[in-house]
Design a protein around this ligand. Structure first.
Ligand code: NAP
Length: 264
């Protein structure tokens, strides 16, 4: 584990995956800046963290889909003189849809919410990074994505496009920022058993008239490791991507899917 003191921004911090990421990073000695919309949940998570490691964690409430809110976030970063060593970005995602040809209006909304808004937030976060290669100080960005970045999934129609856009953006940023020592990698998740995902699986089991365990076994029958990931699994991967493990890696799309994706 990397014990260099570092400050990491985690967006989606209070979600199923975000919470596990925050606990893991705080335990590893990182100081965290938490971001999401609900201030009460941010405050409560922030209060839990000092028991695990260093104190000094903070939070900023932001709605990544709204330009004005992202601007306030950027202002708060500079007012607080935050210097970031890493960012874990979790762009909000619309519910899955099989509609391959949504209206232009819908496309504008999806692009704003899942790409344009979160990218503006990332730009502000990059502005708060001060890598220093003479001191071996590298900055790491992990963009949490999904496996539709690597293969088309029929029931994730707009996600197929958005996830690929993030892949292209990550590669582009990796090229643009590499010389400064800022690394950009994506982590593409397959099914991950967050409380939200477990609840949707429970529903699918009820609709099919089978038990939760039976449905889980059916759904993971085509996953080589025969299981979905856990938020703790994701937290371990994020921790690795923020660590010295990636000191010579940038522009990668790491699949975190139990081997589900067949493509090379
Ligand atoms: N779970 C999976 O199986 C799976 C698979 C592939 C990819 N992913 C990706 O993993 C990431 C996290 O997923 P999750 O399952 O942990 O989701 P989740 O439990 O629904 O949590 C979402 C998090 O994002 C925050 N958030 C939502 N909308 C936001 C907005 N407009 N602005 C700022 N923050 C917002 C939420 O807090 P507030 O509501 O307070 O804002 C919450 O902290 C997402 O990017 C998702 O696409 C998940």
């Amino acid at each position: 584990m990397d014990h260099t003191p570092r400050t990491i921004l985690v967006t989606g911090a209070t979600g199923g995956i975000g919470r596990a990421v925050c606990l893991r990073l705080a335990e590893g000695g990182a100081t965290l800046l938490l971001a999401a919309r609900d201030a009460a949940r941010l405050q409560s998570l922030c209060a839990e963290l000092p028991a695990l490691g260093p104190a000094g964690h903070g939070w900023i409430s932001v709605d990544m889909t709204l330009d004005a809110s992202v601007q306030q976030f950027a202002d708060a970063l500079s007012e607080r003189h935050v210097i970031l060593d890493g960012v874990v970005l979790m762009p909000p995602q619309d519910p899955p849809t099989a509609d391959a040809l949504p209206s232009s209006e819908k496309w504008r909304e999806v692009l704003q919410n899942s790409f344009v808004g979160p990218l503006a937030l990332l730009k502000a976060a990059i502005g708060a990074m001060q890598p220093d290669l003479t001191q071996g100080r590298r900055c790491k960005i992990v963009i949490v994505s999904g496996i539709s970045s690597a293969q088309v999934l029929g029931h994730y129609a707009s996600s197929n496009v958005i996830r690929c856009a993030w892949l292209a953006e990550a590669k582009t940023l990796a090229f643009a920022l590499g010389e400064r020592g800022i690394h950009v990698n994506t982590l593409s998740l397959g099914g991950t058993l967050t409380p939200g995902y477990a609840a949707s699986l429970e529903k699918r089991a009820a609709n099919a008239g089978v038990s939760y365990a039976q449905r889980l076994a059916e759904e993971t029958a085509n996953v080589p490791l025969r299981k979905y990931g856990t938020p703790q699994d994701v937290a371990g991967a994020v921790d690795g991507l923020l660590s010295a493990f990636t000191d010579h890696m940038t522009g990668h799309n790491v699949l975190h899917d139990g081997g589900f994706t067949r493509a090379y």
